[in-house]
Design a protein around this ligand. Structure first.
Ligand SMILES: NC(=O)c1ccc[n+]([C@@H]2O[C@H](COP(=O)([O-])OP(=O)(O)OC[C@H]3O[C@@H](n4cnc5c(N)ncnc54)[C@H](OP(=O)(O)O)[C@@H]3O)[C@@H](O)[C@H]2O)c1
Length: 356
């Protein structure tokens, strides 16, 4: 591919995955940069967020949001800078939170943009701990999980963007927190750095045997990010009146659609009945906007006071977004996955090496 300073590099959906997504599903293109019209803004992407929901947008199976069209730019949250503005509400140089997708430049009419402080130390936080994943953790845990001091909270994908925040807020609430994560390094980090009481490795063949003693008083809240074998290990340990915020099922995202009469469903239904369990799915973009101010206030002060820690997994260059995204679906990220898009990309594409 040839690129020049006047092109917009973007990653489009080349094909829908049948089961597991792979690199052939994506295509890197270079197209001319669009010029903004009256009322519009030209954005330059600085940071791109990679999130598990994007796997759903690659599929045309019915879901809560429409799929990306074949040949369409992959959807994604971004932090961007205003490059040109024909919109009186935005000035050149301003920093915004946008939904401009996997591309270096995008046009917006401003209606989907949220201004960020110009002097923000770590703008990528707006895609993670202070953004959609952090907000998802906050609402799902506090509104649906309703943790009480002394209760046991188990969180899956415990070191990820959502799970790491869930566990830390549960600790601040006075709960015993048990994480489930992939591998000894992630489990050690959850205990030593995030302050979880325990963390068990879901890759271990003895997952159930490890989880039971870590949850000696049973499980009151299970924050579901994963599904599959983690859920099967959790189910027998749930206490009466347990709550399960059903946030995500990442272990299933690369699978072919499942029949609805799977083996664990009768066991699940019986547990829901006899233990009077509340289990509720939620989508953070759906009706929680009025709580964002409260979340930002709480999370900003927790961050300032050092009560919440976060970790980012930074990938350099837009061209590396597809492989990084596939890694996210396989647990190869360690922390909130973000792509640094910008000058370094262009210099690499022009053969000048990595300037990041
Ligand atoms: N409902 C909503 O509105 C909403 C909003 C945001 C996110 N979510 C959901 O929240 C979950 C976490 O998202 P995130 O952004 O925080 O991602 P993340 O945890 O930062 O990254 C994904 C992690 O999932 C784990 N994973 C992947 N495949 C797995 C498998 N087969 N079995 C067990 N674990 C697996 C991996 O961690 P390990 O190596 O530890 O296994 C991987 O690092 C996802 O299910 C996502 O769809 C939902």
């Amino acid at each position: 591919m040839t690129t020049n300073a006047q092109s917009n590099r973007r990653i489009v959906l080349a094909a829908r995955p049948r089961t597991a997504a792979d690199l052939s599903c994506f295509r890197l293109e270079a197209v001319p940069i669009d010029a903004p019209r009256e009322g519009e803004i030209l954005l330059r992407t600085l940071w791109l967020s990679l999130d598990p929901y994007m796997r759903g947008r690659m599929s045309d199976a019915p879901s809560y949001a429409p799929p990306v069209a074949i040949g369409g730019v992959m959807t994604g949250g971004t932090v961007a800078r205003v490059e040109k503005s024909l919109n009186a509400n935005f000035r050149v140089g301003e920093l915004v939170l946008a939904t401009s997708g996997w591309q270096e430049f995008a046009i917006s009419d401003g209606s989907d943009l949220v201004k960020l402080p110009a002097n923000m130390d770590s703008p990528s936080q707006a895609l993670g701990v202070l953004g959609m994943p952090g907000f998802t953790a906050y609402i799902g845990l506090l509104d649906i999980g309703k943790p009480q001091p002394g209760e046991t909270v188990v969180v899956a994908a415990a070191t990820g963007a959502v799970g790491s925040v869930v566990g830390q807020i549960a600790k601040l609430t006075g709960c015993r927190v048990v994480g489930v994560a992939g591998g000894p390094e992630k489990c050690a980090w959850a205990v030593q750095q995030l302050g979880f009481d325990a963390c068990v490795d879901h890759r271990s063949a003895a997952l159930s045997e490890l989880l039971a003693p870590a949850c000696a008083k049973g499980i009151d809240v299970y924050y579901e990010n994963v599904g599959g074998k983690v859920f099967r290990a959790v189910l027998p340990l749930l206490n009466a009146h347990a709550r399960i915020p059903v946030c995500g099922l990442i272990s299933q995202y690369n699978e072919a659609p499942q029949p609805t009469d799977g083996e664990s469903v009768p066991a699940l239904m019986r547990a829901i009945l006899v233990k009077r369990i509340s289990l509720r799915g939620f989508i953070i973009s759906d009706g929680y906007g009025h709580r964002r101010g409260e979340f930002l206030e709480a999370m900003s002060s927790w961050l300032r006071e050092g009560k919440i820690k976060y970790r980012e997994d930074v990938v350099q260059g837009l061209e590396n977004a597809p492989s990084a995204f596939l890694g996210l679906l396989a647990g190869r990220n360690f922390g909130k996955l973000v792509v640094k898009v910008g000058a370094a990309d262009r210099e690499r594409a022009a053969g000048k090496g990595d300037a990041a």
